[in-house]
Design a protein around this ligand. Structure first.
Ligand code: NI
Length: 226
């Protein structure tokens, strides 16, 4: 499932994030690439240990913890500390797949990358090219979102960022280890949760959503890994 989550950041947290991004040091993005992807990657990143990256990361993680759509779709177990990249004219990231396991730098923790996320910090009008293209079973999905919006997609997908022909594109990207490893099972749970919420709104006095909620939790109990 590929899902857009609108307004992950807005208002004061978004303004603070934009200020940090403007003042941050940007270095060659090959630092976080593996051997294969290093050959197809051309962009800039904020060093992981930089205080700006860490403050930006906590702003995003706090926003995600309070975002019901993200929680329902990702069923997160662990979230990798967000990273930040910037593409200007001539920058691109060729077709690659993200590493399955990522070590959280400076800690003993490892994360299995079930989901990839990209959060946009540039308006779509601020650059040309730079679409995130995700290879899906339905074909290639081309993604370019408004500021503060985020796309969530299975980390198993091949993807690339098209070359920038004009302007600058700044994004955050990171990975999520879900309690539910399988994309298919996670999608069923998301559809079920969405349906329960609609039924609750349409008929708040009905007992049937309670039964469905029981089924939802029993499926999580059956499929979850902690
Ligand atoms: Ni990638």
């Amino acid at each position: 499932m590929i899902l857009t989550i609108p307004d992950v950041l807005s208002g004061e947290p978004l303004a603070r994030a934009q200020a940090l991004l403007n003042a941050a040091p940007w270095v060659d993005g090959k630092v976080t690439a593996g051997y294969q992807s290093g050959k197809v990657k051309s962009n800039l990143q904020i060093p992981e240990q930089d205080p700006a990256a860490q403050e930006l990361g906590s702003i995003i993680l706090r926003a995600l913890e309070n975002n019901p759509l993200f929680i329902s779709a990702a069923l997160p177990h662990r979230v990798f500390p967000p990273l930040f990249n910037q593409y200007s004219q001539g920058h691109f990231f060729g077709t690659h797949v993200d590493n399955a396991i990522r070590q959280v730098t400076g800690t003993p923790h490892r994360i299995r990358t079930d989901l990839s996320a990209t959060l946009f910090f540039s308006t779509p009008e601020a650059y040309e090219g730079g679409e995130l293209c995700i290879e899906d079973t339905y074909g290639v999905q081309s993604v370019k979102l408004p500021v503060g919006h985020m796309v969530l997609y299975p980390a198993t997908s091949l993807h690339h960022v098209r070359p920038i022909t004009k302007g600058t594109r700044t994004c955050s990207f990171f990975w999520i280890q879900s309690m539910i490893r399988s994309d298919a099972e996670r999608t069923i749970l998301f559809d079920l949760d969405t349906t329960i919420q609609i039924l609750n709104q349409e008929n708040p006095d009905s007992q049937q959503p309670v039964r469905l909620t029981g089924i939802y939790h029993n499926l999580i109990r059956k499929w979850a890994e902690l």
